[in-house]
Write a protein that binds this ligand. Sequence first.
Ligand code: AMP
Ligand code: MG
Length: 492
Amino acid sequence: MSIAGFHFDNSYARELEGFYVPWKGAEVPAPRIIRFNRSLVLELGLDPEVLDTDAGAAIFAGHDAPEGAEPLAMAYAGHQFGGFSPQLGDGRALLLGEVIDSHGKRRDIHLKGSGRTPFSRGGDGKAVVGPVLREYIIGEAMHALGVPTTRALAAVSTGEEIMRQDGPAPGAVLARVASSHLRVGTFQFFAARGETDRLRQLADYAIARHYPELADKPDRYLGLLKAVRDRQAALIAQWMLLGFVHGVMNTDNMTISGETIDYGPCAFIDGYDPATVFSSIDQYGRYAYGNQPQIAQWNLARLAETMLDLINPNDSDDAVRQAGEVIDGFPLAYERAWLAGMRTKLGLVKEEPEDRELATGLLAVLETQAADYTRVFRSLAKAASGDAAQARALFANPAGFDVWLPLWQARFAREDVAAEDRIAAMNRVNPVYIPRNHMVEAALGSATKGDLAPFERLVDVLADPFTERAGLEVFALGAPSDFGPYTTYCGT
Ligand code: AMP
Ligand code: MG
């Protein structure tokens, strides 16, 4: 055991030789902690006193490997904006190793921005402080919002200047934690090379790690596909219910575990509009807010294609038919998860056939008014107690809302639920605080100039998104009118 308390147990390195390249992080001049996730460090059984130091920063930067780590760059492929790249892989990242956390769960510790690897292609293998802190803010916010996600363990600066499009920027590395880094693209890498034995090995590994209940089943590969479908459907439903736009739903950014991964040009919508796109490179809106469920299904189909030989090695028509049924089941799995979530957001307990129409009716009103999605849903709790003034005020023209409101009130009047219970349940799923684009930008702008206070404050506020607190009103508001349309960049 190393002095920081790492008890590595590196199953990927041990069991999947040939699926990665053993590699080392680059040396950097002056690794320093920018932000340290103490509670997550404790959850991993690590020693915060040892790690919240320059020595810890050197580990999180990839500069020093702790005892027992077997750093490696994982191979993967992927469809990027619909086009297939047979070789992507960890071009600026390393899997440091795996640890078993205090709940007995296996977690990857992964470094992003730790230098060039054999998969770097033309890239420099580095990351800069803005995008690293952005992933920190949004990933931790997603966790607090209850969404399965990779977590930020630490953000460190490296003391390097990195050349980027807008000039030099301070170098940084994000140490993050995931239940694994298996991606749809990992399967695609071996499928594209026709390596069926390796694919089987990978699928068995994925089953053992994420879906162990399938391990002894004769149809376990079809079961794996179904399980991934259901986790992805539930995940995307959560994104949609919260107004989250991932922005780069390439197949290499889709996990087998069902966790959100790779926070790049992602952002939350404010005014409700399904066509919302933030990413500067998403010119055709492929990854627009409203397209995310279909894209997830498309990505699932790419996963299914890699598994046909495993599903039925003797009859490819039968394999295609079985996989097709699973893929065709995605919309229903998604719809169920989404509608269940919408009922909770609307404070409904019972299921009624008109619930979908009730929910989409509100969304239609929001859309015509570009009303603030998060604020309207949060204000519905007050409206449920009879005070709809706050909700009404969020619409430039409340006429449509005034038509919808009595329909909703009539609906919950048919339920035998105490008002305070309904309100409490709604407030547990409709956040007050989300990473508002203007707040994120302000925090990153200050951090890049060396003032970390707004970043620290934002991370702290977002750690408890459902509890309204006095003094934090500014974090709950929409962007000021002069903020304008918001564009995000991949920032690699
Ligand atoms: P991403 O868009 O961050 O998911 O990355 C897509 C692919 O590009 C992955 O294979 C990354 O490892 C690679 N990549 C992104 N940025 C860099 C960089 N600065 N240097 C090397 N590879 C990179
Ligand atoms: Mg990625």
